[in-house]
Design a binder for this molecule. Structure first.
Ligand code: NDP
Length: 246
């Protein structure tokens, strides 16, 4: 595994779940790491304390990805406070599931604001702030590749939009050796999708491995993409889904 010593990172939505595991993995590899959160201040503080216990700088920023100013501003704040930025991990995301006819305009606006516009604005600001050789790693979903049942119109639409954004970012930033990659997790045990939830058995059955993944299993792919070993990987979608798309 490449070292990330001397690198700085921002992980959006890092107070718990996948984002927390990613932030800790990057810090474990040597990076100073900022995270954003909205509600879970206690979780954010805990993640920062763990980062600092590894001898790295940690920073918790309250920033709502649904707010345009916050989404872009968090990147500037992280870059300013950490002394530059090498890695942006667009992780913050929400899932609103339900029959297409029952989704409200407010549902549509909220999910698109967090899952698409927030990612776009953070990436746009990162394009200006990342050092050459930097990384943009975005967390999409296996639902952009295979929608296994009803109820996923809005979430799948939002995550599919990230495929185009990711490819376009790779083309635009490649000249500065900045890579952009999309990680598409399958069912991962978090608050958003607990492995003992009502739909868990059905989701496990959809994977080739017959189980949920852990946040750490996603974090290890993100850490790989963040490192020098992945310098020639860009504009692509990588699944960490237990074979959900197989
Ligand atoms: P969780 O709901 O467990 O955690 C979400 C994290 O994002 C929290 O830290 C939360 O912070 C933060 N967050 C939520 N809304 C916002 C917002 N508006 N602005 C800033 N931060 C926000 O989710 P997961 O860890 O499961 O999901 C992380 C990502 O992985 C998402 O993009 C999700 O779509 C994707 N994903 C998850 C899968 C799964 O099975 N778990 C599968 C495929 C993709 P706070 O509590 O402080 O608001």
């Amino acid at each position: 595994m490449s070292t990330l010593t001397g690198r700085t990172a921002l992980v959006t939505g890092g107070s718990r779940g996948l984002g927390a595991a990613i932030a800790l993995r990057l810090a474990g590899a040597g990076a100073d790491v900022a995270i954003t959160y909205v509600r879970d201040e206690g979780g954010a503080r805990e993640v920062v304390a763990k980062i600092e216990s590894m001898g790295r700088r940690g920073l918790a920023l309250r920033a709502d990805a649904a707010d345009a100013g916050d989404a872009a501003g968090a990147v500037d704040r992280a870059a300013d406070d950490l002394g530059g930025l090498d890695i942006l991990v667009n992780n913050a995301g929400i899932g609103v599931l339900g029959p297409v006819g029952e989704l409200t305009l407010a549902d549509i606006d909220r999910v698109m604001a967090v899952n698409v516009r927030g990612v776009f604005l953070a990436s746009q600001t990162a394009a200006a702030r990342l050092r050459d050789g930097g990384r943009i790693i975005t967390i999409g979903s296996c639902m952009a590749q295979r929608v296994p049942g009803p109820g996923g119109t809005l979430y799948a639409t939002s995550k599919a939009a990230l495929i185009g954004l990711n490819k376009a970012l790779a083309r635009e930033l490649g000249g500065r050796r900045i890579t952009a990659n999309l990680v598409q997790p399958g069912p991962i045990d978090t608050d958003m999708n607990p492995a003992d939830g009502p739909f868990a058995d059905a989701q496990s059955a959809l994977t080739a491995l017959g189980r949920f993944g852990s946040a750490d299993e996603v974090a290890s792919l993100v850490a790989y993409l963040a490192g020098d070993d992945a310098a020639y990987i860009t504009g692509t979608e990588l699944s960490v889904d237990g074979g959900h798309a197989a």
